[in-house]
Design a protein around this ligand. Structure first.
Ligand code: ZN
Length: 201
């Protein structure tokens, strides 16, 4: 992006002013609960929801954005036993099923990104996200990044507990991209801990 224009952006549904921070590519209307992805300066509707804190209060809460990718994965060929995917799909080639990936959309060190994405994806801990009147900002990774990270996770799930993986071919279809705001507690030492699973970053 060569230029940044400060513009008053209004919600396409209710006309309220929207908060957009520099480089954010998604904005959420606190007034009516509409979400918009900013694509080439245009507002495209996207589902934005929030998770309720599940752990006891430890400090001030901030909401950080995750991509939720609802996917269908087909295992075309594999020569490893696999861990997570075998449990999920059964051990045969041609097996497959639905995976809901939770991919942090905010900037994280790579090790935290991997830990957080895999823990949330395996646990799938947010059954009924809701509309909250809160702000969510700090979007760094777009949907293409999110899909790449999801595929990386898929391969790492398959490779886990297997020292003999030679072949793994798969097909992944993304049914939908959504945004989920996950609550984090701001800790006094300057780090954050998510209020769902309890991972520190
Ligand atoms: Zn609105």
């Amino acid at each position: 992006m060569s230029e940044f224009k400060l513009e008053a952006i209004k919600c396409k549904n209710c006309g309220s002013g929207l908060m957009v921070e520099i480089n954010d590519f998604v904005t959420y209307c606190k007034n009516c609960g509409s979400g918009f992805e900013i694509v080439n300066g245009m507002l495209q509707p996207i589902e934005v929801n929030f998770a309720q804190p599940a752990r006891p209060a430890e400090g001030e809460i901030v909401y950080k954005p995750f991509w939720i990718l609802k996917t269908n994965v087909t295992i075309l060929e594999r020569t490893s036993s696999g861990g997570f995917l075998k449990n999920l799909f059964g051990g045969h080639d041609g097996a497959g099923g639905a995976i809901k990936f939770y991919i942090p959309a905010f900037r994280l060190p790579v090790d935290n990104m991997r830990e957080m994405a895999s823990a949330f994806t395996i646990k799938d801990p947010v059954a009924s996200p809701q509309k909250f009147n809160v702000k969510v900002t700090g979007f760094t990774y777009g949907r293409e990044d999110a899909l790449k990270i999801a595929e990386f996770l898929l391969i790492s799930f398959e490779a886990e507990k297997s020292d003999t993986m030679k072949t793994f071919r798969y097909d992944i279809k993304v049914d939908s991209y959504e945004i989920l705001g996950i609550p984090f507690y701001k800790l006094s030492n300057g780090t954050m801990r998510d209020a769902i699973i309890g991972l520190s970053v």
